[in-house]
Design a protein around this ligand. Structure first.
Ligand code: HGY
Ligand code: MN
Ligand code: MN
Length: 436
């Protein structure tokens, strides 16, 4: 996208570098709040989450934000505009992680948001809207299965059946809320109305290799892939590994292996994204033919239609393989998030800001997000925009996840410039139908 470069820089170089360094370093500090020493595990409504809310809440307060923990466990900071109670531009991302995570997926976006508030707060008394920062409590869904629980509460999508989900210890989400000091019957009170928000902006690492391939530090997100997550199972019969001839076997793991290979081949051919991240064979003994296999499927595509057509073919193929092998196949959908488009006026604001922060870019990179984000849920309640930051070799959801302090400094400039534009823009009321 050609940027109009119609915005002035917000920051002098020294301020930009200092703010970027602090955001970068705070991701290290936050990484230490983990359930496992030496790696990063911070799940929804755990003590690590509470510690993170306290630490990030302190940083928010230092930036001038009034903070609270909402009924969904999200940490929300607010700074008023020219008068109290005005609709807010909300900046944010998540502070929960996957197991053995990287330190920037989520937290970097929250740290950048806090830097932007710190840099713009003196201008806030003159602004026609408020400015909020949210640290969402559960984007990954690593503890209870369904994901985006924090942003779904804020977007008004809460479903009480989620409270019955259990974690690996058998603790229900209901009990986890109580253990966290929240009332599970009040989660809906976290919901925000459309008239309370002007826009939601999220800065996030790309979690893919495209910006690095383009040689650019920043990019603008056009849309976010829709995702569906399934729990699949194949059931055969556990038998002796030595005495059972092949023609009498109903080997669940061989059947599941055919399914896994079919998922990859269908996804590659259809240019969609299918991943089996978890697989368990039972009874799981070296000398027993597996009688049952349970495995996951994470399925995404740029559009819901492409994703759903891929699922239909995968379902048909696995059903056929299992019939041939006299195996039973069952599946349950555990999570679904629709593909969403970023609003055109916000894409333009972010593109103009990126052009200022990265003036050497001939074209501002525009790309759809293969990763899911809280923004895809916030699209249910307000217009969304996302800024992408390059990450090394596109690695994410792994300890090797890395960014450079320089790219983070450029992201502070771009995020601050985009936020300032949005704070003062005449928001188009009908622009939510921007095509992906
Ligand atoms: O899975 C995702 O795309 C996100 O990182 N939760
Ligand atoms: Mn993630
Ligand atoms: Mn993330």
């Amino acid at each position: 996208m050609r940027a109009e470069a119609s915005v002035d820089p917000v920051l002098d170089r020294e301020t930009m570098l200092r703010a970027g360094r602090r955001a970068y370093d705070r991701c290290d500090e936050l990484a230490a709040l983990s359930a496992v020493k030496g790696s990063i595990h911070r799940f929804h409504l755990t003590s690590q989450h509470a510690w993170a809310n306290a630490l990030v809440g302190r940083w928010m307060t230092e930036a001038g934000l009034q903070t609270r923990i909402d009924a969904g466990g999200n940490l929300v900071g607010r700074i008023e505009g020219s008068s109290p109670g005005l609709p807010a531009v909300m900046l944010g991302s998540h502070i929960d992680t996957v197991p053995d995570a990287g330190r920037y997926d989520g937290p970097l976006g929250v740290m950048l948001a806090i830097e932007v508030v710190d840099l713009l707060r003196d201008a806030m008394p003159g602004m026609p809207c408020a400015l909020e920062v949210v640290a969402f409590s559960d984007e990954e869904g690593a503890r209870f299965g369904s994901a985006l629980l924090g942003s779904n509460a804020v977007a008004g999508n809460w479903r009480d059946e989620w409270l019955d989900q259990t974690d690996v210890q058998g603790t229900t989400l209901r009990q986890a809320f109580r253990d966290f000091g929240l009332d599970p019957a009040r989660v809906r009170q976290a919901a925000r109305r459309p008239d309370e928000l002007v826009a939601y902006l999220e800065a996030h690492i790309e979690q893919g290799p495209l910006l690095e391939a383009y040689g650019r530090p920043l990019g603008v997100v056009t849309s976010i892939a829709g995702a569906r997550r399934f729990a699949l199972s194949v059931t055969g019969e556990a038998r002796h590994a030595g005495g059972t001839p092949y023609d009498r076997r109903r080997d669940a793991l061989v059947g599941a292996s055919f399914a896994v290979l079919a998922i990859e081949s269908i996804a590659r051919r259809r240019d969609i994204i299918g991943t089996v991240g978890e697989i368990h064979a039972y009874p799981g003994a070296v000398n027993v033919v597996p009688g049952r296999v349970e495995f996951s499927l994470d399925l995404r595509a740029e559009t819901d239609a492409e994703r759903d057509a891929g699922w239909a073919e995968i379902l048909d193929t696995i059903t056929g393989v299992c019939q041939e092998r006299n195996l039973e196949f069952h599946w349950v959908e555990e999570h679904r998030a629709r593909a969403v488009a970023c609003a055109g006026w916000l894409r333009q604001a972010i593109a103009d800001a990126v052009a200022v922060a990265d003036p050497e870019a001939e074209e501002v990179p525009m790309l759809y997000s293969r990763a899911g984000h809280d923004a895809m849920v916030m699209a249910d309640v307000t217009d969304i925009g996302m800024l992408f930051i390059r990450c090394e070799d596109g690695i994410s959801h792994a300890p090797a996840e890395a960014v450079t302090p320089w790219d983070v400094a450029l992201a502070v400039e771009a995020f601050a410039a985009a936020t300032r534009t949005v704070l003062t823009a005449d928001r188009p009321t009908t622009d939510r139908s921007a095509d992906a």
